[in-house]
Design a protein around this ligand. Sequence first.
Ligand SMILES: [Zn+2]
Ligand SMILES: [Zn+2]
Length: 128
Amino acid sequence: MATMVPGPMGNNPHLHNWKCWFCENCYLGFSGILEHWEEGRCVKYGRIKELVFETPEYAWCANKLIDQFPFFCYECRAHYQQISQVYYHVERSASCQHLLHEDHCLGALQKFILDYYHAYGMDSADLM
Ligand SMILES: [Zn+2]
Ligand SMILES: [Zn+2]
């Protein structure tokens, strides 16, 4: 598990700080650390997008990887270019937040991504 540090928004359980275990910087919410990883400095660029489509629980509610806005919120159907933007939206939306529960698609995807990077590190073998 990533290190969780209590954040400034104490009443929203999804908006605590996450510490990247590759670079030790802190980011607000899972969307924050995901956006950081999408930038490709700590993990291989483009890998996050692929991982989303390898997650059985989430892949069925995404469009094709080649679409301009491949990711959407299963609750309100808002479309986004990056999966971190879906989390950013859901973390701050009372009506969509339940998707983050471990039994739902975004909760399952979060666990999948965290487990992947714990098991395989930063994909350093093909970082170059
Ligand atoms: Zn990092
Ligand atoms: Zn939504």
